[in-house]
Design a protein around this ligand. Sequence first.
Ligand SMILES: [Zn+2]
Length: 376
Amino acid sequence: MDNGLKQLVEVSRLFGSDPSFVIAGGGNTSYKNEEKIWIKASGISLATIDENGFVSLSREKLKLISQKNYSNDPLLRENEVKADLHEAIVAPKELRPSVETSLHELISYRYVVHTHPTIVNGMMCSLEAEKTCKVMFGERALFVPYTDPGYILFKVVAEGISRYTAKHGLEPSIIFLENHGVFVGADTTEKIETIYAEIMTTIGGRLSLQLPGTETTMLKSEIIACVESLHPGYAGFKALGIKSELTDLYVVDEISFSKAKKSFTPDDIVYCKAHYLYIPAQENVTDLLTKTTEKIADYFDKYGYLPKVLALQEQGIIAIEESLKSAQNVLDVYENILKISFYSENFGGPKFMNDEQIAFIDNWEVENYRRKIAKS
Ligand SMILES: [Zn+2]
């Protein structure tokens, strides 16, 4: 195995197995030499990845993508780019390279490790993301305001990098993406680790509000036992619930829950959908089931799909999915949303994705593919 690829596998596992950096299937890593870039395949988990989990692509062909003109229609454009991305694959043709491949190619450092760390997103999904980023990192990092993922994000990051490079005479090694996460680039994996440690201590040092207990207990609720009866669309679905000091903070009433009712990042939507459903407490179990059924039907009418996350007032959080494994993924990602919301209070409070940004992801086929793979 190429030594660079070997180092890539090691650094991928290191970050991938630490839940404070990577939740569920999120994050991706790459290594490049002069001709080729090796990037994590879509749907593969970083924690257990080996050299077979990476796709190699021709850098020359990837560069053509940045020079080509594509359709103005977002869906058409993403399909055209996807086809060119497929065209650039050296091996293996049957794996799909990460949707963030072009961003990795933009950064000329040999190694790139992209993650969505919880405390970084506490800052990046807050009302004061840009301001705090300037104060804490100054010229050390490039800040990119939220942009729809895919080709447009690629263009915006490309511009940001060239502006930064023109000004500083070297490329940024830290790129923060609002409502998304961070890209770290360096020529060695040791340097990647040092830079990440710097990021974590810098942001960690600014957190005056410390997270409440996250020790979870399984939630016992009638809703979980009869989830299939709540809506015909849930036939064969499974539900899992949790409760912790952290969830207690958000399910106490609807106002508290409003701070965790929507998605912060495109990845949240991939796993949990964009909107989370609050169910007020009722006098008895029969009323609770009736109320929940009603609320789910209203939600379905409004959004055209069923909720995956229910917040039961005074009880806890329930995830509903096709299997127990995918329900657990939803819980993990949603619990992380609660943490991000909590940390964001250090930086002016939570900033969710807006409706237009959500609609773009909901319509995006690439993300649907990831959803499919993440479940299998
Ligand atoms: Zn990402």
